[in-house]
Design a protein around this ligand. Structure first.
Ligand code: PEP
Length: 261
C-alpha cells in the first residue's frame, strides 16, 4: 500500500544552539509550504526542543527527539526520558548509527527505546543499516535481520503501525557517498520480506520505510522513485534551508505524480 504522505525528517544532530535553532526554524517556516502529501519532521538537539515546540506551527513541521532514555523516571543522571518528551515531540529517532557506533547502543537498548516511545505516544523511527565492512562481506541481510528483530521484539502487531523504519547504510551517512537506488530497492524489498516473516503480509506492505544517507536535492528524486520508499531521513542537507526545502518540494512532486498514476 503506497502511503499518501511522504515523510521528510531533518536530523540537525549536535548543531545549532537555542538562538540559532530558533532563527533557523523561523527561516524554514518562511520557505516551506504546507503540502497535505508531505509530513516534515525536524529533529533538533534536545536542548532546543522545548522552546521550538512553542514556536513551531504543527501544521507545517512536527518535532522529533534524536535520542532519549527508555526508562520513564528515576536515578539516571543526565538522561531525558520519552515520558518527559511526551507532548513536546511527535517522533523519536531510535538506534541512529551514530548512537549505535559512537555510543555503543545495543539492540536491547534500542528495543527498550522503541517500546518506551510507543508507551509515551511518540512514533519511533527505528534506524537500521550495515557498515561498509558488513556490506563488503555480504552481511547486509543478516545485519538488518538482527537489527529488526532486536529492535522490534517488544512490539505487538497492533503497535507496529506506529513504527517507522529508516534504512541508513552506515557507509553512506555524512560523507557524501550515495547508495545506488537499485541497491536500496533490493534492501527495501528485503526489509519488507523480513517484516512479513515477523508480522505478516499486511504489515509488510503498510509499514513506512525511509531511506537516509547523504541525500541532496540532486539525488532525492531517485530515492522517491523507489517503490516502497515512503520518505527520507536527511542529515547534512537539512541544515541548509534552501536544500531542505527543495527536497520537500521534490517529495510533494513525487507524491502528486504517484497519485496521477
Ligand atoms: C543522518 O544523520 O541520518 C543522515 C542521513 O545524515 P546525512 O544526510 O548527512 O548523510
Amino acid at each position: 500500500m503506497a502511503h499518501d504522505k511522504k515523510i521528510i525528517v531533518g536530523n540537525w544532530k549536535m548543531n545549532l544552539d537555542v538562538h540559532e535553532a530558533s532563527l533557523y526554524l523561523y527561516q524554514l517556516s518562511k520557505l516551506v509550504k504546507v503540502h497535505r502529501d508531505v509530513e516534515v519532521v525536524l529533529a533538533p538537539t534536545v536542548l532546543t526542543l522545548q522552546s521550538l515546540s512553542l514556536q513551531v506551527n504543527l501544521r507545517q513541521f512536527k518535532l522529533a527527539a534524536q535520542n532519549f532514555y527508555w526508562r520513564d523516571h528515576g536515578f539516571f543522571t543526565g538522561e531525558v526520558s520519552a515520558t518527559q518528551l511526551r507532548g513536546i515531540v511527535q517522533f523519536g529517532l531510535v538506534g541512529h548509527s551514530e548512537r549505535r557506533h559512537i555510543f555503543n547502543e545495543t539492540d536491547k537498548e534500542v528495543r527498550n527505546k522503541v517500546a518506551a516511545a510507543i508507551r509515551n505516544h511518540i512514533r519511533p523511527i527505528l534506524c537500521i543499516g550495515e557498515t561498509a565492512w558488513e556490506r563488503a562481506n555480504n552481511e547486509t541481510h543478516d545485519v538488518l535481520h538482527d537489527q529488526l528483530i532486536g529492535g522490534l521484539s517488544n512490539i505487538t502487531s497492533e503497535e507496529l503501525d506506529q513504527v517507522i523504519i529508516a534504512y541508513e547504510p552506515v557507509w553512506a551517512i555524512g560523507d557524501g557517498q550515495n547508495a545506488n537506488p537499485d541497491d536500496v530497492t533490493k534492501v527495501v524489498g528485503m526489509i519488507r520480506r523480513q517484516i512479513e516473516h515477523l508480522y505478516g503480509a499486511a504489515a509488510a506492505e503498510s509499514i513506512q520505510i525511509l531511506y537516509g544517507g547523504s541525500v541532496t536535492p540532486d539525488s532525492a528524486a531517485a530515492y522517491f522513485a523507489i517503490p516502497g520508499i515512503d520518505g527520507l531521513l536527511i542529515g547534512g542537507s537539512s541544515l541548509d534551508a534552501r536544500a531542505f526545502n527543495e527536497i520537500i518540494e521534490k517529495a510533494h512532486k513525487s507524491s502528486a505524480e504517484t497519485k496521477k498514476e
